[in-house]
Structures are given as structure tokens and as C-alpha cells.
Design a protein around this ligand. Structure first.
Ligand code: PLP
Length: 401
């Protein structure tokens, strides 16, 4: 008899987006004329940059010609032209990552989950709470013990390590989803020192690095001394260049990163990761890799930044409205997310209903991201500009005391 992986039964039921959809549908049925504005989505809305689309078309055309057709990519790690381009991108903000340490993937979500294949099931995993749900789910699925570091109002939603807590794997995300908070270099150095002291590995999700506006906020954990001996980084073109429907990202496992086997032998994690990928992953499609490479050209950078500026402007509209009515928040400055406390002590879901009923605006209840999200709420800057302005006018009217 086939036995199931019983760990799946331990997963929290993911009610968040199902509940939102249910409540929204019920509201629409009761108020068919309501002009609803969605500020809850974490997906991008602007079309992909022209030169990126052109590069993808060219790649697709090459596949239809005998001389330029390509089948499997030999290494599965990504074409050299793209890995070099990513390496050059890191260099542009002062981080030296050789192309050999980079592997191209179909998005950061996959690798945030896949990476745990190279770690033992007895590892204790530390996740900051609230968090992007993949970090917890993927480790629960493989039966690992998950513990939490609280991100809360007191620490500006940037949890720091507790020296008395021991762990082996640490998930960090900056700029953070859902809170929009960021770690400074000094804060990351504390995490790096803590990881080294515990022989732990940091899994660093930098999916929103392109939204960083402040020069002193690192775009990569590898901008901080010592990270290459204790960290792995995942990044994605999803939010940077609108690739949520194209699927392309990259993972950096530095060649310096070593871990010990139970007999004390030093093992390269990059080698283990390469071995895992060689067995389970056959790479990203050629046209998508061509498109991704175009993102890193000067023309591509200029064009994708136009979209990022569009979202950043929306983030400013949201933050400015909250500043005006005196609602405190994190995010917005270096992130497309704005995270705030529900007014008058309302719970996250209570405020969701209140906002929908009284402003016809949909957001995301914070408790869907962990216990510290209870009583908090997320709005995103990925919407249409005029609709964002309209939504914030309604919210101002509703919440101004
Ligand atoms: N990491 C974080 C923090 C995210 O919020 C998301 C998507 O919302 C991802 C990773 C997933 O990115 P991808 O589309 O590359 O899988």
C-alpha cells in the first residue's frame, strides 16, 4: 500500500486567498454595483519591457531554425550568457559573485523549497514571523522542526537573532514580504555572526531587491562581510522585470560555503546543490533565458526601471496618505508592500471586512503570514496608478479621525 507523506497533514490549511476570494464574491453578489479596488495582490500588472519581449521572440525564432535550434542545455545550470549577465548585475552594486556560483531556475519560490533537499531532516529551521509561507510549508512537508523569530512593532518588523536559541537553517527575506521592512548591513552582520557561531546556513530571499531606494540598504546578503561562508541567496525576475508569468530566477550558492557531514568531512554545498539539480531539474527554456539576459543589458535595465518606478510611485501614494492621517506603517520606501496596524484594535479579518464594506478596497489580512501578523494588514503597490490614488482617497476619508 502506498503510504502518504504524513507531514502534509501537519500543514496549516492555507485559507488566506481562498477566504479573500470567498468574501469578495459574497460582497460582489450583495453589491453588484460596487466599484471595488484590489490592493491585495502580490502579482505585477505592468507589461514586460519591449526589449525583453524582443529577445524572447528572437530566442523562439532560433528554435525554429535547424542551425540555431537547441535541445537540453548541457549543464542545466543556465546558459553562460545569462549567468555572466547575472554576475555582471551583482557587480553593478558592488558584489562579486562568479558566474559559476549562479544557477538559473524557474523562480525563487521553487528554489526556496528545493534547496532543503540538500539539508538533513533533523535540522532546526528558524523562520522570521510573519513570513512568505513557502519557508515554513516546505520544511513542514519534510518533517523538520520549525521555530520562529518574532518580527513585530518593537523591532520594526526586522527580527534579530536570540543568542540563546539554537538553529541550523535560517530563512531571511529583505525587503520583506509581507512587512516591507529591510535589514541594514549592520543587522545582517549580526545574523551572519550568529549563523557562523551556530554553524547554521542562512537562506536569503532577495526577490524584492530591485525596489530598494536607500543606498545604505544592501541589495544582496553578499554585500556583507562573511556571508559567503554561511549564506545562500535566491533572487527572481518576477517582481524586478514582470516575470511572474515567464518564470525565471537565480540562486547563488557560493563556492566558499562548506558544511560538515556526520563523519566530520567538509562538504561543498554548491556541489550538493549541483548534484540535486542535475538529478531533478532540466533547466529553464531557452527563449525565457534570452529574455532574462535582456533584462541585464543597459537598455533592459532602463526599461524595467520604468515599471519599478511606476510601482514605487504607487508605494509613495499609499505612504503619503498614511502619513497624512497619522497611520504608522513599515515598507513603501524600499518595497512594494505597505504594512500597517489595523485601526481601533480591529483584527486583520475584521479590518478586511470593514475596508471592503466601507471603502470597497481589498487588502490582505496580516494573520495569513503568521501569528505576528494578527491585527496587521498589507496593501500592495502593484496596482494601477489611478486606482491606487482613488483607493487611498477612500481610505483617508474612512480612517481620518
Ligand atoms: N520570495 C518572496 C518573498 C515572494 O514574495 C515571492 C512571490 O511573491 C517569491 C519569492 C516567488 O517568486 P517567483 O515568482 O520567482 O517564484
Amino acid at each position: 500500500m502506498a503510504q502518504i507523506n504524513e507531514n502534509f497533514l501537519r500543514l496549516e490549511k492555507n485559507y488566506l486567498f481562498i477566504n479573500i476570494a470567498k468574501k469578495l464574491n459574497a460582497f460582489k453578489e450583495a453589491h453588484p454595483d460596487a466599484d471595488i479596488i484590489k490592493m491585495g495582490i502580490g502579482d505585477v500588472t505592468q507589461p514586460i519591457a519591449k526589449c525583453v519581449v524582443e529577445a524572447m521572440k528572437k530566442g523562439a525564432d532560433e528554435m525554429g531554425v535547424k542551425e540555431t535550434f537547441r535541445g537540453y542545455e548541457d549543464s542545466g545550470a543556465g546558459y553562460d550568457f545569462l549567468r555572466e549577465a547575472v554576475s555582471g548585475y551583482y557587480k553593478s552594486f558592488g558584489v562579486d559573485i562568479p558566474a559559476d556560483d549562479i544557477r538559473i531556475n524557474d523562480g525563487a519560490k521553487s528554489d526556496c523549497g528545493n534547496i532543503v533537499d540538500i539539508f538533513g531532516d533533523d535540522n532546526i529551521v528558524l523562520v522570521t514571523d510573519p513570513a512568505y509561507p513557502v519557508y515554513v510549508d516546505t520544511n513542514v512537508m519534510s518533517g523538520r522542526k520549525v521555530i520562529y523569530a518574532d518580527s513585530n512593532e518593537e523591532n520594526g518588523f526586522a527580527a534579530m537573532p536570540d543568542e540563546n536559541v539554537k538553529c541550523d537553517l535560517i530563512y531571511l527575506c529583505s525587503p520583506n514580504n509581507p512587512t516591507g521592512s529591510v535589514y541594514t548591513k549592520e543587522q545582517l552582520k549580526v545574523w551572519i555572526d550568529y549563523a557562523k557561531k551556530n554553524n547554521a546556513v542562512i537562506i536569503y530571499d532577495s526577490a524584492y531587491e530591485a525596489f530598494i531606494t536607500e543606498d545604505n540598504i544592501p541589495r544582496s546578503i553578499f554585500a556583507v562581510e562573511g556571508a559567503k561562508e554561511c549564506a545562500i541567496e535566491m533572487c527572481s525576475l518576477s517582481k524586478t522585470a514582470g516575470f511572474t508569468g515567464m518564470r525565471c530566477g537565480y540562486t547563488v550558492v557560493p563556492h566558499e560555503l562548506m558544511a560538515k557531514a556526520s563523519d566530520g568531512t567538509e562538504v561543498s554545498l554548491a556541489q550538493l546543490w549541483g548534484r540535486r539539480e542535475g538529478s531533478k531539474f532540466n533547466g529553464v527554456s531557452y527563449p525565457v533565458q534570452c529574455a532574462a539576459a535582456a533584462v541585464f543589458t543597459p537598455e533592459g535595465q532602463e526599461q524595467i526601471k520604468e515599471n519599478i518606478r511606476y510601482y514605487q510611485h504607487n508605494a509613495k501614494v499609499i505612504s503619503a496618505a498614511f502619513d497624512e492621517i497619522g497611520i504608522k506603517y513599515t515598507g513603501g520606501k524600499n518595497s512594494p508592500y505597505i504594512w500597517f496596524k489595523c485601526p481601533d484594535g480591529m483584527g486583520s479579518w475584521e479590518f478586511f471586512d470593514f475596508l471592503l464594506e466601507n471603502a470597497n478596497v481589498v487588502g490582505t489580512p496580516g494573520e495569513g503570514f503568521g501569528k505576528n501578523g494578527e491585527g496587521w494588514f498589507r496593501l500592495t503597490a502593484f496596482g494601477d496608478r489611478d486606482r491606487t490614488v482613488e483607493a487611498m482617497e477612500r481610505i483617508k476619508k474612512l480612517l481620518a479621525k
